[in-house]
Design a protein around this ligand. Structure first.
Ligand code: DX5
Ligand code: ZN
Length: 220
């Protein structure tokens, strides 16, 4: 199955014109926007939080795919949901109460998802799979855009796909970090169905054409 959703990461967009970038994405036929929230503690970088997302929500109908790279995200789940996050993804490494965080995201009416850093084993999410909309396999160490894809993450996607299929579940697999049109065919073949792209997407306008390049790559 070669179909997947491309979720462009705003980390590589123009921070001075987020609303315009979202409008451009919508015009280009993109459906999702990946919002990277960083707190300077869980990762060595700082981006933006609920107030910015709230303002963007008023100007965009894109699906807000919200990737929280913050310590103890349970403190802010309601705020992100109120701001308009459609999906809230928390890192397994960022909280000792992962199940509670995921249950809370679902209770708030958002899609619950868990992200795993490259070195974190799949067993961290194994028992949670039935209650997750998506698992995010990080294919770089989070914090910055423009890094290279870590090759073993492809095996991790394949193993997670097998785990999900063996259980008869429909959990989505997202891959984030160093995704390009070149590695898209392998990722989709391994079982990923949502791909995040920052630098390889925003660095190659116009966005509509770039979206097609990703999708055509998967058809080769
Ligand atoms: C990394 C972020 C990614 C990042 C991906 O910490 O979670 O979403 O923006 O950027 P690229 O596609 O440039 O690796
Ligand atoms: Zn991300």
């Amino acid at each position: 199955n070669e179909s997947f959703i491309l979720s462009p990461s705003l980390l590589s967009a123009d921070f001075g014109r987020f609303a315009g970038e979202l409008a451009d994405l919508e015009d280009a036929g993109v459906a999702w926007a990946h919002l990277d929230v960083m707190d300077g503690h869980f990762v060595p970088n700082i981006t933006f939080g609920p107030p910015i997302i709230k303002r963007l929500r008023q100007k965009s109908r894109l699906f807000f795919d919200t990737h929280l790279m913050i310590e103890r995200p349970e403190r802010y789940l309601a705020e992100f949901r109120d701001a308009g996050a459609d999906l809230i993804c928390v890192h397994a490494e960022s909280t000792v109460h992962l199940e509670r965080a995921c249950a809370e995201i679902a209770r708030l009416g958002a899609r619950p998802a868990v992200a795993l850093n490259p070195a974190t084993p799949l067993s961290a999410v194994e028992y949670l799979l039935p209650q997750l909309f998506m698992v995010l396999i990080m294919s770089v160490n989070p914090g910055f855009g423009g890094q290279s894809f870590i090759p073993f993450c492809l095996d991790k996607v394949r193993d997670l796909r097998a785990m999900i299929n063996a259980r008869g579940l429909s959990t989505h697999i997202q891959v984030d970090g160093g995704v390009t049109p070149e590695n898209t065919p392998a990722l989709v073949a391994a079982g990923a169905d949502i791909l995040v792209s920052g630098s390889a997407f925003f660095g190659h306008p116009p966005y509509g054409e770039r979206l097609r390049t990703f999708h055509e790559a998967a058809r080769q």
